[in-house]
Design a protein around this ligand. Structure first.
Ligand code: SF4
Length: 356
């Protein structure tokens, strides 16, 4: 059980305060983050999560990192929305494998109103299996958010991606405010939020601080905060940018640690880019307060360490997968459990990137 020394939840961080945390000596930053982590969670437990792409590729957006954007030549074959029955097959397999939450991702700018009943049917049916439900479908109107909530959707993922002052370097087809609006609609509809970003896209440390500041100053901290490390996928603008240097691994750990300090009750998730991380780097991330990973062979647009490697790492580090967590999020007391992804078809580049 976590220790009782809880950290106050704040929503008024200045960029300077966040930057000062980034600038701490590395051992001091990790010590603080580890202390906060164990104040809210059992540091020996890691939530394992995976995702099912229910609609792949053909996205009209221009996210510079994403192989599913229609405009980039990345070799992704666009696929239509899966049938409810096909999704249910996956959900049943997931449940049989021990999942209690099932996440469905679609590479859309936003769902059309005509798509909502189809997705709502999936949600209803998956829910009827006794699974928690999670989705990421792009921007949502308030009406669409309410419809999904009414269908039984528990969680909605929508990332901020990067700092407001770097955003226009990466995406031009929707505004930062559009993202904030969708998150508001999700919260207002009564769903929990999963919201994070991507680092290593050429942003400065100041801008990484800006991303975390924006996340922490949302009206409610996201229940889950995925922190992705850029994976360069051939054909995307960021992969074609030869001047883009790889992010220093210690800087990635710092980002995890600061996320843990700013959002002490959230699940901080290692997401895309984990396959490229050494075991030692992942261990540092766990020490810095990461307590959730994507698990399994594939993670949407990119590869992911295979299950055996994850299990071996857990064994070596004395960690165990979280089965059912007394979630210490904003609402408190909510059960937050695993997602098991069972899709073994397609290639690594066949999955939407916006959901990681
Ligand atoms: S990240 Fe999402 S919204 Fe952006 S291009 Fe990829 S699928 Fe579309």
């Amino acid at each position: 059980m976590p220790a009782v020394s809880e950290t106050p939840v704040r929503h008024d961080w200045s960029r300077g305060e966040v930057r000062a945390l980034f600038d701490l000596p590395f051992p001091e930053l990790l010590h603080r983050a580890a202390s906060v982590h164990r104040g809210h969670f059992d540091p020996s437990e890691v939530q394992v999560s995976t995702l099912l792409s229910v609609k792949t590729g053909g996205c009209p957006e221009d996210c510079a990192y994403c192989p599913q954007a229609q405009r980039y030549q990345t070799g992704v074959d666009a696929q239509k929305l899966m049938s409810t029955e096909a999704v249910l097959d996956k959900a049943r397999q997931a449940k049989a494998a021990g999942a209690s939450r099932f996440c469905m991702g679609a590479a859309w700018r936003s769902p059309k109103d005509r798509d909502i009943p189809k997705v709502a049917a999936m949600i209803r049916e998956v829910k009827a299996l006794g699974l928690e439900t999670c989705a990421t479908l792009g921007m949502l109107s308030d009406t669409q958010a309410r419809s999904l909530k009414d269908a039984g959707l528990d969680y909605y993922n929508h990332n901020l991606d990067t700092a407001p002052d770097f955003y226009n370097e990466i995406i031009h087809t929707r505004d930062y405010q559009d993202r904030l609006d969708t998150l508001e609609h999700v919260r207002d509809a009564g769903m929990k939020t999963c919201c994070g970003g991507i680092v290593g896209m050429g942003e400065s440390r100041q801008q990484r601080a800006g991303l975390l500041q924006a996340l922490a100053n949302l009206p409610a901290h996201p229940d889950s905060v995925p922190i992705n490390r850029l994976v360069k996928v051939a054909g995307t603008p960021l992969a074609d940018n030869e001047e883009l240097a790889e992010l220093d691994p210690f800087e990635f750990v710092r980002t995890i640690a600061v996320a843990r300090l700013l959002m002490p009750r959230s699940m901080v998730r290692l997401s895309a880019g984990r396959e490229q991380m050494s075991d030692e780097l992942q261990a540092l991330c766990f020490l810095a307060g990461a307590n959730s990973i994507f698990y399994g062979e594939k993670l949407l647009t990119t590869g992911n360490p295979d299950t055996e490697r994850d299990l071996a790492l857990f064994e070596r580090l004395g960690l165990r997968p979280m089965q059912v967590v007394e979630h210490a999020g904003q609402e408190g007391g909510t059960v937050h459990a695993d997602i098991i992804e069972t899709d073994t078809t397609g290639t690594d580049a066949d999955r939407p990137a916006c959901v990681a």
